[in-house]
Design a protein. Sequence first.
Length: 367
Amino acid sequence: MDAYHRYVTECRPFVVGVPLNSSIAPDPDPSLLQLDLPDPERDDISTMEFLARLEQAWAVCDRFDLQTEIWRGRILRAVRDKEKRGGEGRGAGFLQWLREQEISKTRAYGLIQLAESADSMLGDGTLEESSVNQFSKRAFMETAQAVPEVQLMISEAANEGQEITRKQVRRLTDEFTAATSPLLPEEIRQRTQENLLPPRAVAPLVRELAKLPEPQQEDLRKVLRDEPELDRIKDVTSTARWITKATESGIAVRAFQQGELDLDRAMQEAQRLDALGLLADAVGQAQALESAVLKLHTSWRRLGGLQERLWVESGSSTPYLRDVLNALQTLSGATLRVSLGELAGGKRVRLQLVEEAPDQLDPPPMP
């Protein structure tokens, strides 16, 4: 049995603070994880029963996976802390350990965060040790990222024996956010608490408002105070999303860095025309186009260099290689010719690439 399965089968029971060497047996019993799956060849089992048994088995795997992920996070945290205490090379030992286990740094710290969240909820008594088995893996990770008030409500439900799903955690998080967020005007919070507004519509509004600076938040709150209705909430959510998209993309667009442009006022004018979404999409496309041009330029230069080296190495004795290099000339020369394929009716695009110095004068405007 490989190391992963030895590890998985010994992650039960879930106990806080138990030394790792006290819960890992050198030769664990593989029968600790045995699932009775229905035979797909049997005709005496209805489709409903067949799927129900598979879903039950999947839930067992999901909860077992949660246990192993938490323990993996604890193991990684122990390796990291040991390196901090006595290691050399500013964490080089920890990174080397991750490479040996084929674990990315991002995943490692995600697991460590999961373990710390579990230890926090279990350590302060919010969640009972046996109640961890009531969570699916995604539900527990969602709970770990929730605010303390939501964590407490979810933990109480788990301690009472209720099974916790990711959908339940998200629903409760949305309800709490919609009823308590200070980013919302009092009129919206009040109507949400009275069940006049659905939390699933109000919660996205809070998330979008949080991305905006205070003046823009206040402008949108004024709109909501005047008309605290569902349709207006959806409109303001879209507006906030478009403002964020246009602002973030606008910062990255290099064409906007030439001259004095006021993107904020441009967005206000577009909003008056009810065209803010179009502007956000246009700025986003401009960012994507500039990024594509930068990648095109890099590939173009690399291809040109490779073709030149191959041309020098080849000659009359390599006619087929010369044919390939001649074909590549349509992509590596100053003028690129690319076919758009049959879906575009066989049309071709011709692009001319000219590298200019930063201080070179701008060309005259096109007539």
